[in-house]
Design a protein around this ligand. Sequence first.
Ligand code: FMN
Length: 354
Amino acid sequence: MFSLQSLSVPVVGAPMAGGPSTPELAAAVSNTGGLGFLAAGYKSSAAVAAEIARTRRLTKAPFGVNLFVPDHANTYRATTGTTAAEKLAAALAFRNLLATGTAAGTAAEPGLPDPDDDDGWPAKLELVLQERVPVVSFTFGLPAPEMLAELAGRDICVIVTVTDSAEALAAADAGARVLCVQGPEAGGHRGTLDSAKVPGEVSLDRLLRGIGQACDLPLIAAGGITAPADAAAAAAAGAAAVQVGTLLLLSREAGTSPVHRAALLEAAQGGRFSETSLTRAFSGRPARGLTNAFMRAYPDAPDAYPYVNQITAPLRAAAAAAGDPEGVSLWAGTCYRLAAEQPAADIVRRLSGR
Ligand SMILES: Cc1cc2nc3c(=O)[nH]c(=O)nc-3n(C[C@H](O)[C@H](O)[C@H](O)COP(=O)(O)O)c2cc1C
C-alpha cells in the first residue's frame, strides 16, 4: 500500500475540483517525486475514468483521486443536526432571494435544487475500487468503516480531510490510513465533516500538534504552505508531508479557468481583489476565495450544500461566459499572491528546498 514515506519529495498537489486539477498537473507533481491528485468532484465517473487513464499514460508514479462524500454517506455524527428537508427549504428561500436580487448582475435564472444528485457517488466509488488507484482521499464527510476497509482490502491508501481533533479521532476510528489536516488559511472548500459547523480558526501548527497527540496516523498539512520554511514548520509540528493548492493554481498544467486566472493575476498585482474570505454564497458550504461582489452580496447564504451549488450554477456559468470575475467563485487561499505562472515541477521542487 502507498505510504507517504515513499515520496522523494513530501509534497502533495491538492485535488482542486471545478477545473484546476488535470491529469497533466497530477502527473507533473507525481513525476517530481510528490503525490499528484485528480479531483473527482462535480465530474461524471466516465470523465474521472478517462482522467485516470490519461494520468497513467503520463506517469508511472502513484497518484490519488479525491471524492466528495455526500450527506447520506457521511457517518460523522453531526453536532447540529440540520435535516435534509431543512437544507432544501433554506436553499429554496435562498433561490428566491437570488431570483429577485441584482447582485449577480446577469439575466440568468438560478437553477433548481436536485435532491437526487449525489455527485455520482456509488459509480465513482466503484471506479476507484476497480481501478485500484493507489490513493483515495475523501472530503466533506466520513464514509462508513466498511467502505474504508473495502478500499484497504484493495491495497488503496485512504486519506480523510479533517479540520479539528474530534474529526481526526472519528476518521482514525473509521479506518483512515492518513489524515489531511486542513488549516484556516486553505483555499477552496473547508473539509469540515459537519457542513453546519463554522470552520475553526485554530492555526495549522496548533491543529497538527493537537491531532498528533490525539492519534498516531501520518498527517498531511494543508493551508497556506508557500515556502520551504512552512514545510519545515509543518514537519516540526508532526506532519509527514504538506499539501498545496493555491500555489499551483497558475501553474501551466492547471486547468484553472481564464476568468479565475485573470482575477488571481490582478490580485497579485494589487488590483481589484485584495483579500480572501470564507463564504457559503456559491455552494452552501464554507469555502475561501478572493472576495468579490457575489460573496459580499450574500453574506448569510445558508448551510445547504449541494443545493446552493446547483442553484448558483447557471449564474456562475453566465458570469464566466461574460468574463465577469465578480460573479464566479474565485477559490484561493490566503497565500494567493504567491501563485506563480510556472511549471508545476518547479513549484514543487522549490517548496521542497531543492
Ligand atoms: C481552487 C481549489 C479547489 C479545491 N478543491 C478541492 C477538492 O476538490 N477536494 C479537496 O479535498 N480539496 C479541495 N481544495 C482544498 C485543497 O485540498 C487544500 O486543502 C488547500 O488548497 C490547501 O491550502 P492552500 O490553498 O493554501 O494551499 C481546493 C482548493 C482550491 C484552492
